[in-house]
Design a protein around this ligand. Structure first.
Ligand SMILES: C[S@@+](CC[C@H](N)C(=O)[O-])C[C@H]1O[C@@H](n2cnc3c(N)ncnc32)[C@H](O)[C@@H]1O
Length: 314
């Protein structure tokens, strides 16, 4: 086991909104460090199916599953494959599903995974949650300048996207990017720090991570598939960590509650749009956010937003 750990964000709130009951079947779509999973299994004598695309998380899952014989099943895969993964396991109906999106601290804090731009965490420019497919280094070393700029703008909301893409392309002509520190230094050379104190590399790293892992399309597909499996009374609980994630969740919830899809300026072509099943009611008028105490204790919790909805009888 690694020396890292993950402090679950909004765990008690997620559990309260999921409201697990004995004898029922639930999905934890983002197993991570198993913090939510353990809480669900301890709260009710239920069965929990869990998914994670990161083989390291699935390994942790096997350890936890042994502590809850016959009650926890951890599957390796992407949340965009819920129907296939659960279908193969014979699960066609869920009484609730929870997603705690993004990265776990196991991933962020391990410099070998290449997610961190912090100077003391220099590592290979990787960023693959699933440890397969193209790395962030391959993206920045090969993508055309315009495509790179689009990624930084769309997925990082980075205003200096064009200047950063230009600097990346200029630099890679003499030396390819290999490490996180290397890329962060080039970005910091282009974008000045502002008064917020946020590292100028933050938005670009978010953008590349989203692109490498195709995160937004996965979220849209996952919500649709999980909602489609929910029995009447079943709840869908989603914790998001940045505005792009939350926008997809909010839009999907509105659609499922019959409030109309709306058009997203971040997805004018409707690529993230998925058909939401109907017959849901939104439980959280405004999103639930961490208490002041949680935000003070766990900086990663500060941007978290929880939304919940429930399937009503057809
Ligand atoms: C924030 S962590 C979840 C932490 C967990 N709730 C806990 O309490 O320990 C998110 C996890 O979801 C996984 N994940 C993110 N996006 C995924 C996707 N599209 N498919 C499958 N797993 C994903 C990540 O690998 C990570 O382990």
């Amino acid at each position: 086991m690694s020396g890292f750990s993950h402090v679950p964000v909004l765990r008690d709130e997620a559990l309260a909104w999921l409201a697990p009951c004995a004898g029922k079947t639930y999905l934890d779509g983002t197993f991570g460090g198993g913090g939510y999973a353990r809480a669900i299994l301890d709260a009710a004598d239920c069965v929990l199916w869990a998914i994670d695309r990161d083989p390291a998380a699935v390994k942790r899952g096997a350890v936890l599953a042994a502590q809850y014989p016959g009650r926890l099943h951890v599957l390796h895969g992407r949340i965009s494959e819920i129907l296939v993964l659960l279908g193969e396991a014979g699960v066609t109906r869920l009484d609730g599903a929870v997603f705690d999106l993004g990265l776990s601290s196991y991933q962020i804090d391990d410099s070998a995974r290449g997610f961190s731009f912090r100077k003391e965490q220099d590592g290979p420019l990787d960023m693959r949650m699933g440890q397969e497919g193209m790395t962030a280094a391959e993206l920045v070393n090969t993508l055309p300048e315009a495509a790179l700029a689009d990624i930084l703008y769309e997925f990082g909301e980075e205003k200096a996207s064009r200047r950063i893409a230009q600097a990346i392309v200029a630099r890679r002509q003499t030396q390819k990017f290999a490490t996180t520190g290397d890329l962060a230094a080039v970005i910091r050379g282009v974008v000045r720090p502002d008064k917020s104190g946020i590292d100028p590399a933050t938005r670009s790293f978010q953008a590349l991570r989203i692109a490498v892992n195709e995160e937004l399309a996965d979220i849209a597909a996952a919500l649709s598939q999980a909602a489609g499996l929910l029995a009447p009374g079943g709840r869908l609980v989603v914790v998001s960590f940045h505005s792009l994630e939350d926008r997809i969740v909010k839009r999907f919830f509105n659609q499922a509650a019959g409030k109309g899809p709306g058009v997203s300026r971040h997805d004018p072509a409707g690529m993230m749009a998925v058909s939401a099943p109907q017959n849901f009611r939104i439980l959280t008028g405004s999103p639930v956010t961490p208490s002041a105490a949680e935000a003070a204790q766990n900086p990663r919790a500060r941007s978290a937003k929880l939304r919940a909805m429930e399937r009503v009888a057809a």
